[in-house]
Structures are given as C-alpha cells and as structure tokens.
Design a binder for this molecule. Structure first.
Ligand SMILES: CC(=O)SCCNC(=O)CCNC(=O)[C@H](O)C(C)(C)COP(=O)(O)OP(=O)(O)OC[C@H]1O[C@@H](n2cnc3c(N)ncnc32)[C@H](O)[C@@H]1OP(=O)(O)O
Ligand SMILES: CC(C)C(=O)C(=O)O
Length: 569
C-alpha cells in the first residue's frame, strides 16, 4: 500500500497541493509585445502614503516634509500625501501642504480614502482649499477578499464602490472645489477581469469623467501574483473593454512580491497604461511598490526623457534614508554603492578601453561596456568605476593609476605591475584602495627605499676618437657610498646603461623607453619608463623628475636596482 505524502523531496510542502497556478488571460490578439515605451507616463509618488504605511515608524511631520520637498524638486506633478482620515498626523500634514506647503500650481495633492462615509467626510475636510486635489477612493474587489474579508458577493462589493463614488461626487459638488478623482479596484490582480470591469464601469458612470476632468482608473497589482506578461495582458484587456476609455487615465500601481514589479510596469505601459504610481527606490508594503527611480532611469537609458529629475541621486538616496529610516542595498539599480563599480579584470579592461574610446571619439553617445548609464548623469563620479581586488586585471590597475594619478603605464609594465598587485590582493584577500596601489607603485619603481643604487648627477661629452659616440660620466651612490661611473653610447640613456653595466657587472640594455608629463604648467614633472633586458629577462624601471633626462636616468637606476634585487646582488 502507498501512503500519499504532502511533503516533497526538498523538505518544503508539496507545491502543487498548496498553491494554484495563476490563470492565463484570453487575449490571443494581444498587441503589447510589439510596442515600445516612447514617452514617460504621468508619475505619481505614493511614498508618503503606501511607502509610509509600510514603515516600522511611520513618518512624522519633518520626515514627511523633507520627502515632500524632494518629490516637488524631482518634478512629480501628482503626489499622494497620505491617508488623512486615518491619522491625525496625516490629516495635519495634508493641512500643512494646503496652507504652507508652497505647492506649485501644476502639482495636484492626492489623498487616499476607503469607501466609508465617515472617512470620506474627513478627507474633504483635510483638502479644503487645495488646488485640483485628487481624491483617491478604493475598495478591494478580489474574489478572495469578497469571500473572506467582506463576506459579500460582486453586487455587494460593487455597491461599496458606487455608494462611495456617489457620496464623493455629491460632496465635491457641494464643496464647489476643483476636485479630481481616482478609483482603485484594490487587489485588481486577484479580481476576475469581468468583475473588475463591471465595478470600474459602474464607478465611471457615476463620476462621468470628461476630457477636462478625466477619471484616474488605477489598476493595482496590489499583490504581484503572476509573471509580468499576465499583468500586461490584463491592462490591455481593460484598456480595450472599459467604457469611456478616452476620458480615463489608466494608472498602474504595481507591487513587487515576485521581484518583477519593474518589468510588470514596463509591460503594462506597453499595454496602454498612461500613469504610474510608485515610490522612490521601491519602498512599500512587503517587498515594496514599484521603484519609480529605476523605471525613470530605464527609460532614460533608452533615449526617452523620463521627465523626472534624477540628476542628484545621492540626494534622493539621502532623503529616502532619512525619511524612511531605511538603507538602500549596495546592488540597487542606479543608486547602490557598487552599481558603477567593476572588480573583475575583464570588465575593468573593457570599461577602461570604452572610456578611452569615448574620450577619443568625442561623440555624445554613451557606449561603455558594462555601464548602461554614464554615472555622471545621476551625479555619481567616475571615481569608483574600477576597484581592485584579487579578481582584478592589469586594465583596472592601469585605469586607477591613470584616472587618480595621471600615470599612463606602458602595456608591458601593466602586466608586470599587475603580478605584484595580484600577489598582495591574494595574500590579503581584501580590496586594495587606489592610494595603496599608488604607494606600492612608487615604492617598487620610484622611491625604492631598500635599493642599492641612487642617481645623483651626470654629464656627457663627445668621444673625440669615435664619431657619434658620447661619453657619459655619472655620479651615483652605491650602498650610500659616492661613486663616479663612466660609459659610452649614442646618447645619455645608452651611455648611462653601459656605465651601470660595467659598474654592476650585469649586462643590461634598454629595449623600450617612453615618457609623459605628469601635470600641466611650467613645473610639470615628467615620468619616464624604461624596459631593460638583462641575462635573467626583462623588467621595468621608472623615474619621476622635473628634468626629463634626469627622469630617464633615474628610471634606469630603478630598473638596475630591481635587477640587482632579483639576482641577489
Ligand atoms: C492596499 C492598500 O495599501 S490599501 C491602504 C491601506 N492603508 C491603511 O490601511 C493605512 C491606514 N488605515 C488605517 O489607519 C485604518 O485601517 C483606518 C483608520 C482606515 C480604519 O480603521 P478601523 O476602522 O479601525 O479598522 P480596520 O482598518 O481594521 O477596518 C476594517 C473595516 O473596514 C472595511 N474596509 C476595509 N477597506 C475598505 C474599503 N476600501 N472600503 C470600505 N470598507 C473597507 C473592512 O471590511 C472592515 O469592516 P468591518 O469592521 O465591518 O469588518
Ligand atoms: C490603494 C491601492 C491602490 C493600493 O495601495 C494597492 O492596491 O496596493
């Protein structure tokens, strides 16, 4: 006899027995997959309401006011400032916005209210004197909530919505104000489409929207329950079937339970929605509301002006963290501390080359591998693009020395120095900051504190016995002792390496030489790189001096010291 078990092999309860798959939408001629987003939606921030209601410590006046000012500065034209009938704090904040908030004429304050008479009355009190405010009323229409929360059938739930719509329209007419209206069949994604349609149409019939005062029909993914394509299907289906579509603004209010809130919103816009409600960086109930900053910057990186100012993302982050008392993870799109940083060698190499190419091409189009957006567009610097650890390569190290210290290492020196840095990062197992890389470079190639030889001075004169040959006479110290050495060659470099070869007993020759200036201006220091060949192989030396000849002779001494060190002399 077999015994049925409700536990699957991986230890979790049997999924098929516990959870039901979300049904498909019957819309075989769907058009949204072929659409693109070519203009921004109407943005509405719900940070001060949906965001606020999910916080451990809801915002008081100061935190709300600071967030409100940021939202205005970012160019939001619709801001849900709270649920004034729910708490005195929210009521007082609504009054403050109306009386002291300096709300620009083109900005509408929006408030949320349940379809309950006493709450609606209080909401109107909160908005007295506001210019073009939006009264956002909602009731849950989902099959589950109809059954479990309200104990009502569809007609009963529709009645909650229509009673509220009537009351709101009457009160608005009585108050004589310039009100706008929004209705949400809350838990839309848990509602059968025909039911949502019936209730929305019933509300539209009461509100009687016009071209001058459209009704915002908000179709929330209160709980994200399915893949984003399903939400898009639902939005396209509603857009096709809603009455009086031309006088409706179809609004999305996605949550992020499955982690696909951004995708669902983008597909929902392709499916015909006009408006998006969301929060900065996606704060909100459970896994959050849709993140409007990411949405806006996704559009921006497709060449669409999102009409939301995200140019100071660090300020947006700071206000988010202050007002919500939350922190943004390092990997959060566009804003996280690490999102513009590459540690890995091949990424660094490609970024380094991409940045060089863009500088050389001098074109406005942004094309840098691994960086979908220019960090400077959101107020971030290039400083942290490349950071060095054991996963890094020569390109990254070269980038750091170039970017932070103006040092352009020749390619072979990049390879050589990378081995040194790799040894350190492997040993220490942590990131090596730019300052340490620079100090290590100076210590190994320029200052060489333990080195045997030091350059002091030189002069050259022609060898009268051989045409084109010069004699180099140089003063050095060896182990601290002054020495005069002499060699011959076609110029100072050639002659000096000859002199050093004779002095040390190691045959050395220069195989590559390059130099560049380190700063602008008359006091510019020069940096010289020499690659020398010796019986054991090749290696580099580096010299830095205001005099270019001295820099190159110091570079030779640097290389010679490294040869002596390698050969134990
Ligand atoms: C998906 C969303 O984010 S919706 C927004 C949710 N936001 C909030 O709830 C934050 C603010 N809310 C509050 O402060 C409180 O819930 C209040 C002040 C609005 C109401 O408080 P209370 O009446 O004390 O409690 P509570 O919220 O539990 O009330 C639930 C009652 O309202 C009914 N109800 C809930 N939503 C609605 C609605 N949209 N329309 C009409 N009635 C509703 C419920 O059926 C329940 O009725 P019952 O008492 O007959 O069982
Ligand atoms: C009130 C509604 C729009 C809401 O917050 C939701 O559905 O998440």
């Amino acid at each position: 006899m077999t015994v049925e078990t409700n536990t699957s092999k991986n230890g979790m309860p049997n999924a098929a027995a516990k959870y039901q798959p979300y049904p498909q939408v019957d819309i075989p001629d769907r058009t949204w997959p072929g659409k693109t987003i070519t203009k921004p939606p109407i943005w509405c921030s719900v940070d001060l309401r949906d965001g606020n209601q999910s916080l451990v410590n809801p915002m008081g006046h100061d935190r709300k006011a600071r967030m409100f000012q940021l939202l205005l500065d970012m160019n939001f034209k619709e801001i849900e400032i709270g649920f004034p009938s729910a708490s005195q704090t929210d009521f007082d904040f609504a009054r403050w916005c109306v009386e002291e908030g300096n709300v620009p004429d083109d900005v509408s304050l929006q408030v949320l209210v349940q379809c309950r008479p006493e709450l609606i009355t209080r909401t109107f009190e909160a908005l007295e004197g506001a210019r073009r405010p939006i009264i956002h009323f909602y009731n849950s229409t989902s099959e589950l909530q109809r059954r479990v929360v309200f104990g009502k059938d569809v007609a009963g739930i529709k009645q909650i919505a229509t009673d509220a719509a009537k009351m709101i329209m009457d009160m608005a007419a009585e108050a004589g104000g310039d009100y706008r209206f929004e209705y949400s069949p809350e838990s839309f994604t848990g509602t059968e489409l025909e039911v949502a349609l019936e209730i929305c149409n019933a509300v539209t019939e009461i509100v009687r929207p016009t071209a001058d005062n459209k009704l915002i029909m908000n179709l929330p993914s209160t709980v994200e329950m399915a893949t984003p394509n399903i939400y898009a299907d639902q939005i396209e289906w509603m857009c096709r079937n809603l009455d009086n579509r031309e006088n409706l603004i179809i609004s999305l209010h996605p949550h992020n339970d499955r982690g696909t809130g951004i995708a669902a919103t983008e597909l929902g816009l392709m499916a015909g929605a006009d408006r998006v409600e969301g929060t900065l960086f996606g704060n909100g109930e459970r896994t959050g509301n849709v993140d409007v900053v990411t949405l806006a910057l996704n559009m921006y990186t497709q060449g669409v002006d999102p009409k939301l100012d995200c140019s100071d993302i660090e300020r947006i982050k700071a206000v988010y963290e202050y007002s919500n008392e939350m922190v943004i993870p390092e990997r959060h799109p566009y804003v996280g501390e690490l999102v513009y940083t590459a540690f890995s060698g091949s990424h660094q190499d490609a970024i380094n080359k991409g940045m060089k190419a863009i500088r050389t091409a001098n074109k406005p189009v942004w094309e840098v591998p691994y960086l979908p957006i220019d960090p400077q567009d959101v107020g971030r610097t290039y400083e942290a693009i490349i950071r060095i650890n054991s996963q890094s390569g020569k390109g990254g190290i070269a980038y750091i020395l170039q970017q932070d210290h103006g040092i352009n290492l020749p390619r072979n020196l990049q390879v050589e120095f990378r081995e040194d840095i790799q040894r350190i990062t492997d040993e220490e197992g942590v990131e090596l900051p730019s300052k340490r890389i620079y100090e290590r470079f100076l210590e190994r190639y320029v200052t060489q504190p333990e080195a045997r030889l030091r350059f002091v001075d030189h002069h050259t004169y022609p060898d009268t016995t051989r045409k084109g040959v010069r004699i180099v006479s140089a003063e050095i110290t060896d182990g601290g002792e002054p020495r005069r050495i002499e060699g011959q060659g076609t110029g100072p470099i050639d002659g000096f390496i000859h002199a050093l070869s004779l002095h040390t007993g190691v045959e050395m020759s220069v195989v590559d030489y390059s130099e560049h200036s380190l700063q602008r201006g008359s006091n510019a220091a020069a940096i010289a790189y020499v690659e020398i060949e010796h019986p054991g192989g090749r290696l580099f030396g580096v010299g830095i001096n205001t005099n270019i000849v001295t820099a190159s002779l110091e570079a030779i001494v640097s290389a010679a010291n490294r040869v002596l060190e390698e050969t134990g002399r």
